[in-house]
Design a protein around this ligand. Structure first.
Ligand SMILES: Cc1cc2nc3c(=O)[nH]c(=O)nc-3n(C[C@H](O)[C@H](O)[C@H](O)COP(=O)(O)OP(=O)(O)OC[C@H]3O[C@@H](n4cnc5c(N)ncnc54)[C@H](O)[C@@H]3O)c2cc1C
Length: 245
């Protein structure tokens, strides 16, 4: 079997996550077990033969056999994400290739403590890590720091609330950069050194960190973690887009 061959995957479900984010479940004829954090490449071919590809992180854990979930944010002026949101329907077949990537990955065997830092749709691969961790009833001390524009932009909100409620070894901290929900008493600014100091330091010097999101967020968080004294192998990063949205 060639895991990196293109395969025609069928959309089996589409779930609205937020006002601009949807999750697509795909049944894969040649499913391959992935590592949480890996992604698939998705290829669209127009009737005239024009082709374009984008990468999408796997949101589902490897414990879900035969299917994967991809969660896609709709970029208003984008080429691919509006097509996925507005045109693709259950029963459609799309070309996928993967799983791809061997660096931005985590599994329970690697251990922790684990610090996950996300901006926007950067939470997607981190959610695969959290779902995998939950599937193993792992007690590895874990924190998620998740930066969103507003309360309406929190992807997987109910699931994150439930996971944190049920598991004392998992803490979820949100920060809102534009408009916090009414009554919000937590962070209301971009991720900065002080915030990272408060959230990351309690996990100790041996923490493994995974940072994913827009390029500017990833770079500033990674630089701050370095200033805190973390070594390069402790800081794994994945950049989703060129902008600092
Ligand atoms: C390894 C990897 C994993 C990824 N995983 C996911 C995922 O799980 N979910 C997801 O929604 N996206 C993910 N992305 C981003 C995705 O591949 C596309 O870049 C994104 O969907 C935009 O594609 P588009 O064709 O709609 O926009 P394009 O036509 O490529 O771009 C349109 C405009 O939007 C800007 N832009 C492109 N990407 C972004 C972005 N992410 N944020 C803000 N502005 C942007 C471009 O600069 C351009 O101005 C991932 C990217 C990488 C490299």
């Amino acid at each position: 079997m060639q895991p990196l061959e293109w395969q025609a995957a069928m959309v089996t479900a589409i779930r609205v996550e937020t006002h601009d984010t949807k999750s697509f479940a795909f049944a894969l004829p040649r499913w391959t077990e992935h590592q949480p954090g890996q992604h698939y490449d998705l290829r669209l071919t127009a009737p005239d033969g024009y082709r374009t590809e984008r990468s999408y992180s796997i949101a589902s854990p490897p414990e879900r056999v035969g299917e994967i979930d991809l969660t896609v944010e709709r970029i208003a002026d984008g080429e691919v994400s509006p097509y996925l949101h507005d045109v693709v329907a259950v029963g459609d077949r799309l070309e996928l290739r993967g799983p791809v990537g061997g660096y931005f990955v985590w599994n329970v065997a690697l251990g922790g403590p684990l610090m996950l830092i996300a901006g926007g749709s950067g939470v997607v691969p981190l959610m695969a890590m959290l779902r995998h961790r939950a599937a193993h009833s792992s007690m590895i001390p874990t924190r998620l720091l998740y930066s969103c524009r507003t309360g309406d932009d929190v992807i997987y909100k109910d699931e994150l609330d439930a996971l944190a409620r049920e598991d004392r070894t998992l803490e979820v901290a949100l920060t809102f950069t534009r408009k916090a929900p009414v009554g919000w008493t937590g962070y209301q600014r971009r991720i900065d050194d002080a915030m990272l100091g408060e959230v990351v330091s309690p996990l100790g010097k041996g923490v493994r960190t995974y940072v994913c999101g827009p390029t500017l967020l990833v770079e500033s968080a990674a630089n701050a973690l370095t200033r805190m004294g973390l070594s390069a192998p402790q800081i794994r990063t994945e950049r989703f887009g060129p902008t600092g949205k």
